[in-house]
Design a protein around this ligand. Structure first.
Ligand code: SF4
Length: 317
């Protein structure tokens, strides 16, 4: 984990990931800089919607933090490029992948919305990752507009074509995540259309997700687990429903007020989720949350009969 008390600007975690065990996150964009403005985004609405690639975060500074973290004996199952927006918008993301490979044996994961893979330079940089996870939750321009609210220069056909080319070029593992929303893209016919498109990209795995955490828009409703299970076989290969983080992986992560705060700056969590991540008793978590609430650093939001805690004015994954 990032060292308690030590402040990193671009690294967070290791945080539990539904897909990746303990994952050290690397944040390559300022809060919320993205090519899309998905209605289901856990970060809230996009503040800078762009398709312009730039040095949003200085590569040398990120490399410096990774060097420090590794030097202090940092351990994680994966190093994951993701964070507060779309990581491939950072023109130096390929250099960061190379740096991790040159300086550690920890595999690199790129979590991307895949909208810039029609650019050869993005595909070339991404091809050095060990795992690339892309997202696809629409089947035509209308559903793309409704679900993902893309930048005006993005065209779904071109986006998907770029992902197909990448598949041919990339020898690592390619995953596609499909985010399903009740009443928007989850009718069987709609999911079949998404599945047809996903199949043309030939991913190694397909992951189904739904709004289990507070989304950008209140009208976004999750699917039930039973409904998700009915849909998995529409995909090729059959989709996996992304499971919650397994408890045992997190047992040795120590919690402090600051590590909990760091987690809540990345994404809203329930007290139960925090307890599972840190292997703590709920009562102990409540103590920390009470203190953070009283000092005004976190707030709460209710959803699906659960209370979610989030940092005030901060970021979330
Ligand atoms: S879910 Fe991902 S791709 Fe969609 S707006 Fe949020 S950060 Fe961007």
């Amino acid at each position: 984990m990032t060292t308690p008390g030590k402040h990193y600007n671009y690294l967070f975690g290791p945080v539990p990931s539904r897909r990746l065990g303990r994952s050290l996150g690397v944040d390559l964009t300022p809060y919320k800089t993205c090519t899309l403005d998905c209605v289901f985004c856990q970060l809230g609405r996009t503040t800078v919607k762009t398709v312009t690639r730039d040095a949003y975060v200085p590569v040398a500074d990120v490399q410096g933090e990774i060097k420090t973290w590794l030097g202090e004996g940092g351990e994680a199952d994966y190093i994951t490029l993701s964070g507060s927006g779309e990581p491939t918008l950072n023109s130096g993301f390929g250099e960061i992948i190379e740096y991790v490979h040159e300086n550690s044996s920890i595999p690199v994961v790129l979590l991307s919305n895949g909208t810039l893979f029609w650019m050869p330079e993005v595909r070339e940089s991404a091809a050095n990752a060990d795992i690339v996870k892309l997202s696809l939750s629409a089947w035509d321009s209308v559903s793309f507009e409704q679900v993902n609210r893309p930048h005006e220069d993005l065209d779904l056909d071109r986006v998907v074509a770029g992902q197909r080319v990448f598949r041919k070029e990339f020898s690592g593992k390619l995953w596609i995540e499909v985010f399903l929303i009740e009443g928007m893209n989850a009718a069987s016919r709609d999911v079949e259309r998404i599945a047809e498109l996903v199949k043309t990209i030939e991913p190694d795995e397909v992951h189904l997700n739904t709004a289990v955490r507070p989304p950008a828009e209140d009208f976004v409703q999750p699917l039930s687990r039973e409904r998700m299970e009915q849909l998995t076989d529409l995909f090729h290969p059959p989709a996996k429903i992304i499971a919650e983080f397994p408890l045992d992986k997190s047992a040795h992560i120590a919690a402090t007020e600051e590590t909990i705060m760091e987690m809540l700056q990345r994404r809203p969590c329930t007290a139960r989720q925090i307890a599972d991540v840190f292997g703590m008793h709920l009562n102990e978590v409540s103590k920390y949350l009470g203190k953070l609430s009283r000092s005004g650093r976190i707030g709460t939001r209710s959803m699906h009969d659960d209370t979610y805690y989030a940092a005030k004015g901060g970021k979330s994954e």
